[in-house]
Write a protein that binds this ligand. Structure first.
Ligand code: D3G
Length: 494
């Protein structure tokens, strides 16, 4: 056999082995798992999904395979939970078993299992408890954070005045304001709106968030192993994440040099103090890598989710001025024009509260939630799910569950109002997920949404520079996040 023949033969053998190995891995323990489409070797069920809208594809597959099914996404075998009931019975009723964290390939590239959001086991437990306590100590859920939000709202109103009623893209004005709240908790201070470094942090967050929501980003979710070695936009996203990590590392170092253990200034100080207290504990989770990456989790999640929801919400209001009008009416009646809103107003403003809930439901900011993982082999709905299997709770499928919402595809604040116009809860409202790993920034997010939105609408009304008919409120990207289309808005003082 000549040399080329030998090469061809070895390649064929290698490929055959790879295919056999992949098929064997895909089949392992599958018989008792939830049903699902038959995977092909190497690519799994790639051909059955549309990476430009994974939520839609996965919901469509559940019409055939039911609310609990198995899918092979490239190298990952995933159990999909579709609809409120499946999500609740898994994440709440069997919370311990479903409480592990799965992958988010882009973010995992940097996080590698460290930091509060993408970790597992004892690490996740310790970091989560610490983060919740520390946020609370810095006023989250209390009067002091309310005051911080209202102060920031004044800066926001100033920036909005400066637009002089001319059309502008609201993305960065909103993200600066929202980010300053979590920044003052984690870094001890707000940023000036003109701060160039702040702009670059916001750009890095938005761009990496955007990447995870693109078709390419979703392809990376399936084939991270190979795509790490191929050129493509994933490398730009990595660069953005490294930029964020470097900034936080710098802040942590600066805090270390000026630390007074008796008066912590921010979240970072608290973490450093904890690290000191536990320096003799070999199994402590409070070390440098976990500080940096936990701060990055909190900073990122605390910026991008709320600002995307507000940006999407304002586009919806441009499309539906009759809804905006009713919010104005309620603000004028309950708060008036002469004082700032406060959090107690919310319970007296059922319509506004319903509109904000409907923003969150309709915007569906994290449509497939964060991936979970089975902590042990578990029986669920008559199936056996092996330990380590990933689970996608399709939060978007609960938010658009036709059993729970009358017109799931429409924007309708009536979803959260009873016949008397009072606020009506809905158990399928799960934008923050549920169970052991639900979002612990929920209170902060809800406070920000209420106070920022009412502050803006107390002082301004919205106008669209283009014809309302031409505004498209369907999403631009649906992947890890849902992102609205680009638009411009005019804010007219009222
Ligand atoms: C993104 C990057 C790093 N850490 C957290 C996130 C993130 C975005 C949205 C959520 O987490 C869900 N709370």
């Amino acid at each position: 056999m000549d040399f080329l023949g030998a090469v061809a033969l070895s390649l064929t053998i290698c490929l055959t082995c790879l295919i056999l190995l992949s098929t064997w891995k895909q089949m392992q323990g599958r018989s008792k798992m939830p049903p699902g489409p038959t995977p092909l070797p190497l690519i799994g069920n790639l051909l059955q999904v549309d990476t430009s809208n994974m939520l839609k594809s996965l919901m469509k597959l559940s019409e055939k395979y039911g609310p609990v099914y198995t899918i092979q996404l490239g190298t990952r075998r995933v159990v999909v939970l579709c609809g409120y009931r499946a999500i609740k019975e898994a994440l709440v009723d069997q919370g311990d078993e479903f409480g592990g964290r799965g992958e988010q390939a882009t973010f995992d590239w940097l996080f590698q299992g460290y930091g509060v959001a993408f970790s597992n086991g004892e690490r996740a437990k310790q970091l989560r408890r610490f983060s919740i306590t520390t946020l609370r100590n810095f006023g989250v859920g209390k009067r002091s954070i309310e005051e911080r939000i209202l102060d920031e709202a004044q800066y926001l109103l100033g920036a909005l005045q400066d637009t002089k009623g001319l059309p502008f893209d609201p993305t960065y004005i909103l993200s600066r304001t929202v980010s300053n709240i979590i920044s003052s908790v984690v870094f001890g201070d707000r940023f000036d709106y003109e701060d160039k470094e702040f702009h670059s942090l916001l750009y890095m967050m938005l761009e990496s968030f955007r990447f995870t929501s693109t078709s390419w980003g979703q392809l990376y979710e399936m084939f991270a192993g190979v795509m790490n070695y191929l050129p493509g936009p994933q490398h730009k996203a990595f660069k953005m994440l490294v930029g964020l990590e470097k900034y936080i590392e710098k802040k942590v170092k600066a805090n270390e040099e000026t630390l007074d253990p008796n008066s912590p200034r921010d979240f970072i100080d608290c973490f450093l103090i904890k690290m000191h207290q536990e320096k003799h504990n070999l199994s402590s989770e409070f070390f440098m890598k976990n500080i940096i990456l936990t701060v990055l989790n909190v900073f990122f999640a605390g910026t991008e989710t709320v600002s995307t929801t507000m940006r999407y919400g304002f586009l919806v209001l441009l499309k539906h001025p009759e809804i905006e009008e009713k919010v104005h009416e309620e603000i004028d009646r309950v708060i008036g024009r002469n004082r700032s809103p406060n959090i107690e107003d919310r319970s007296r403003m059922p319509y506004t509260d319903a509109v904000i809930h409907e923003f969150q439901r309709f915007c569906n900011v994290i449509p497939m939630g964060l991936s979970h993982r089975m902590t042990k082999e578990t029986q669920f709905w008559g199936y056996t799910i092996p330990q380590g299997t990933e689970v996608f709770p399709l939060l978007g499928s609960a938010l658009k569950d036709p059993e729970c919402f009358e017109r799931p595809e429409a924007f309708d604040p009536g979803h959260f109002l009873d016949e008397k116009g009072q606020f009506k809860k809905n158990e399928a409202f799960l934008p923050f997920s549920i169970g052991k790993r639900f979002c612990f920034g929920d209170m902060l997010a809800r406070m920000e949404l209420f106070l920022f939105i009412t502050s803006i609408l107390q002082h301004f009304r919205f106008e669209s520079p283009i014809d309302r008919q031409d505004l498209d409120i369907s999403p631009k990207l649906v992947g890890f996040a849902t992102l609205p289309r680009d638009y411009k808005i005019c804010l007219i003082p009222r």
